[in-house]
Write a protein that binds this ligand. Structure first.
Ligand code: SF4
Ligand code: SF4
Length: 319
């Protein structure tokens, strides 16, 4: 059985690097992709773009706002320069590297702020990214691995080469594979494979329907242990009602068009990344009974900072 993981084990990318940012913006930059994973919760058409409304229950339709394949750099530059806080901007999708000017966007962000991303790492822009972007301004690259799709399309070699490219340049990068029930019998095989080639690899919860059952709730204890995700803080629905959360205080989610709200389940308008984001002055108490992805557990560094900032927790003494 795997030993109980601490939050530092799970989120080393923020804790160990001691990066100094004030707020985290999780930006769903597009809803297009170059893969067609069987379990994708975006309903992608043949062309890889969002085919029709397919919003998972409880998730704001906000994320399904039509995106563009290009960010207005002049507007973004202006907003980033005049920001009075240091941002960690995470780009996710869809597949962020499908944006035609993604490298310029990363370059602008990392001049003064920090960057992180979830990417399937098969884009031919990864080379340019690894050469132009300063690894010291990149919190973490979550190289989301979709093994069956990579094998089906003969893209595994490209994924691995891009991973090595980033690692060699000094980026903090790790591979994560959705713990999709049909690959249960091959877990050891894939673990061994990635270990052998020197790629840090872990499973993460799969969210969605398989065989008529809803995951992650439907995982058995044994399945959780096989995937090694039994102690992940977001594996079970979290009883969130009335508990403090930093959503909207120093964390928020951003839609493809730049508009910001506190979290996927609270659609309060906080402004727009291209203009100004108006963060709340106080921590909120969650109004929902349950939450499947409490933002506070993905960046414990910022949650602690929020508790200290609101006087809920004393500041740590400087050593
Ligand atoms: S890589 Fe992600 S966004 Fe793209 S098809 Fe797969 S699950 Fe969907
Ligand atoms: S616990 Fe979840 S639903 Fe509640 S405010 Fe935080 S992120 Fe939103």
């Amino acid at each position: 059985m795997s030993k109980k993981k601490t939050k530092e084990d799970l989120y080393q990318h923020t804790w160990l690097k001691n990066l100094h940012y004030d707020v985290w913006l999780e930006w769903t930059i597009n809803n297009a992709c170059n893969l067609h994973c069987a379990y994708c919760w975006f309903n992608l058409g043949e062309d890889g773009y969002l085919a029709k409304e397919s919003i998972p229950e409880g998730i704001s339709s906000f994320f399904y706002a039509k995106g563009s394949n290009k960010i207005n750099l002049a507007l973004l530059r202006k907003a980033l320069n005049r920001a009075d806080k240091v941002f960690r901007i995470s780009l996710t999708g869809g597949e962020p590297f499908l944006l035609s000017n993604i490298i310029d966007v990363c370059f602008e962000i990392t001049k003064k702020h920090f960057f992180s991303t979830n990417s399937n790492l098969i884009s031919d822009k990864i080379k340019d990214f690894s050469e132009r972007i300063d690894p010291k301004r990149v919190v973490f690259i979550n190289a989301s691995c979709h093994i069956k799709e990579l094998e089906r399309l003969n893209l595994l070699k490209i994924y691995i080469n891009n991973f090595y490219l980033c690692k060699k340049k000094g980026f903090n990068i790790g591979a994560s594979e959705p713990a999709y029930p049909p690959i249960l019998d091959e877990v050891s095989k894939y673990r061994e494979f990635f270990k052998k080639i020197g790629i840090g690899f872990r499973f993460v919860k799969f969210c969605g329907k398989y065989n008529g059952k809803m995951y992650p709730d439907a995982y058995t204890k044994e399945e959780l242990e096989i995937f090694g995700i039994e102690n992940d803080p977001d594996i079970k629905m979290f009883h969130s009602k009335g508990k403090l959360c930093n959503a909207g205080y120093n964390v928020c989610v951003v839609a493809p068009d730049g508009s910001a709200i506190p979290c996927a389940r609270i659609s309060e308008n906080l402004g727009n990344i291209f203009d100004k984001i108006n963060f709340k002055k106080e921590l909120m108490k969650c109004p929902h009974e349950l939450c499947g992805c409490p933002l506070k557990c993905y960046d414990p560094y910022l949650f602690d900072k929020a508790l200290v900032g609101c006087g809920t927790k004393p500041a740590l003494e400087k050593s």
